[in-house]
Design a binder for this molecule. Sequence first.
Ligand code: NAP
Length: 512
Amino acid sequence: MLHKLRSYGFNARIFEKAPHIGGTWYWNKYPGARCDTESLQYSYQFSEELQQEWEWSEKYATQPEILKYLKHVEKKFKLSESITLNRTITDIIYDGKAGLYKIRSNHSEEYYSKFCILASGCLSVPIKPNIMGVENFTGEIFQTSKWPDKNIDFNNKNVAIIGTGSSGVHVIPIIAEYCKKLFVLQRTPNYAVPAHNRKLSDEYVKKFKDNYKVNREKAKKLVSGFLTHYNSASALEVNDSELKREYDKRWEAGGLAFLAAFCDITYNKSANKTATDYIESKIKEIVEDQEIAKLLTPNSIVGCKRLVIDSNYYATYNRKNVALIDINQEPIKALTEKTLKLKNIELDIDTLILSTGFDAMTGAINNINIVGENSKTLKDKWSSGPSSYLGLMVNGFPNLFTITGPGSPSVLTNMIPTIEQHVDWIAECIRYMKKRSYYSIEANLEAERSWVKFNEDSARNTLRYECKSWYLGSNVKDKQRIFLPFVGGLPAYIKKCEEIVKNSYEGFRFSN
Ligand code: NAP
């Protein structure tokens, strides 16, 4: 966004809470952290030179490699001079008369800006359980999403981990390898499909890079914004051997493309059951102790919660030093000086790891005191659930944009292309306003309401309402249950955004 605005001649500055750039790839540096979207696609496409010169080493890049890439981008485009690190923005207050936002930081600084763009992340506010007696614990507590900048020695340590979402599933097999004992405290099992990560061969990279432009264009035409083969066949129309052949192929290839094995997996319960039956048979096959296999089996809808991509997760439960504990049977009671007390068991532990998720999509925005027209706060406006037009702007908050805000495809798609689409849209909009000497832009209330309703109705037609998930805000106490990302897929979203622009920014109003 900074690079684009600068290239259009605007003056812009980034404020970043962390002491380092990288966002999610700075904070989540737990052992085993790597992206589960293929590296050649989980990367910027705004610069052909950049995408040709950068060399990804593996199918799924590790956190350090992605952070290195981001540092390279920062250096290449000389971004650091316009980035202020270690700044938490506390207030963003609209002054309608001046046509400016007053932006305050935790260092008591004040800045004024005509436009304000929130690029504060979809999964950037960690949540953690309140465990009684935490202050008595003499061991160490780490959170995967706030992992410290140091090597942690797990040798000879008894470790407990809470949370078995993507982050937990990634860290568990790694820590199991070198700790003395690992207790996995599971509340809800997830479906996991293998990553089959590998080094990228020179031939594969060359072929992909030679066709980068075409590949990127093709990817934009797919719901997930991710280039893969979407099978147009229904899981209910093929015979058992065809069904198995397709799932075997997807399992062997690895990754999120498992959900594209048949066209109706995410819409039709019977079709979904063919996929869950397949994964559940794999769990039984991999895990030696069938009682543990049963505990790891979700008996749910695959793709309702975010599908997890794993390396060696299920096989980790065959290790002698790993114990799986169902906290529905054995609820966590308290931490003592050296133990974690459950209902009937007391675990001697040196280290506790929390991998308990995020206040997704609205958490970071709501952490800022954002005041719009007529002194109304965004938090008040969103008290009965977030509303936004396209996940880009909110009525009552002129000139305030959100990158991948609630109502945008974001987390259901390949994040980088989806972010770049927002960046381009916002930059073009600001340029359009400058050319016409417009003073402000604001989303109309009607347009916003109909977008929210359209998304909610569309989400209810999928299987995503069949479970509790962070997509619905159900992992955060008292958070409104509303489907947060746009479910209609990237092509439909891009088409809508383009039509709106073509119709002179339909649903927005400008003032001069
Ligand atoms: P998550 O998917 O929300 O998982 C949190 C886990 O903690 C769940 O198992 C949850 O159980 C459990 N939990 C939460 N509060 C608890 C409590 N009080 N007591 C016991 N258990 C509790 O969070 P995440 O694993 O950090 O992943 C979030 C998202 O980040 C992913 O879905 C993915 O989109 C993204 N991510 C991506 C990557 C990648 O690309 N490689 C890696 C990590 C994360 P319940 O299910 O019962 O609530």
